[in-house]
Design a protein. Sequence first.
Length: 282
Amino acid sequence: MTDIFDFSPRVDDYAVMGNPISHSKSPLIHARFAQQTKQAIHYTAIHVDPGGFEQAVGNFVASGGKGLNVTVPFKQEAWALADERSERAERAGAVNTLIFKDKKIIGDNTDGIGLVRDLLENKKQEVQGQRVLVMGAGGAARGVLLPLLILQPARLLIVNRTAEKAKDLANAFADMGTVAGCGYEALAGQSFDLVINATAASLQGELPPLPEGIISDAGACYDMMYGSEPTVFMTWCQQQGADEVFDGLGMLVEQAAESFYLWRGVRPHTNEVIKSLRQDIK
């Protein structure tokens, strides 16, 4: 006789949407979070064609999906699609986490808090009172400015090949602290305690036109990109005498942990996941 009672826990569906998406580490990260916290979830990666994001989200919700991560190139579309947005998503102008609750789509952005947690908790780096340089004025930079400025650096300078973009971005966050923007040529003679690369130059093996001498004594550098080997930017920072040089793998895991917490109400431990992922990519 078949048992009519099913006492197995309900498995909730989550996913990451992007294009391309096959390289994504998110399914692996969230599987490890679920195992660690004993949460019954199933997490997949979904390739979405250009122009198909809204329909893909609708299909996912209709099938009972509980939440989504969103990566390039759909973060701005996710922002527009959300019925409600957190302050950090509002200020970032982009959403990387969607929560489906009470027939509403709630948008959040966990990139900035992921960076900050990695810096403060994993890397033991100070931000408060420090001179911070953020390279780039695109979505990656915009997504991390609010959490960085909340930590009250002495000053935060945004540098970009197109100086006006950096200045416009700085103006958008001027109410949050001492923040300014400039082009690379204006960096000569300045030095910073923390240099953050929020450009995609590392993906192409390129180095933005940084002048020598911008890293202070005991200064640190952070590249949001990561790989099996140090990026061109990281190598340059080491050659410049940076005290500490980091890649973005910890940020990737920490932003995922924040999404997991928003969905499940449980905050996973990240140290072991970062270590195991580091071994995987090597």
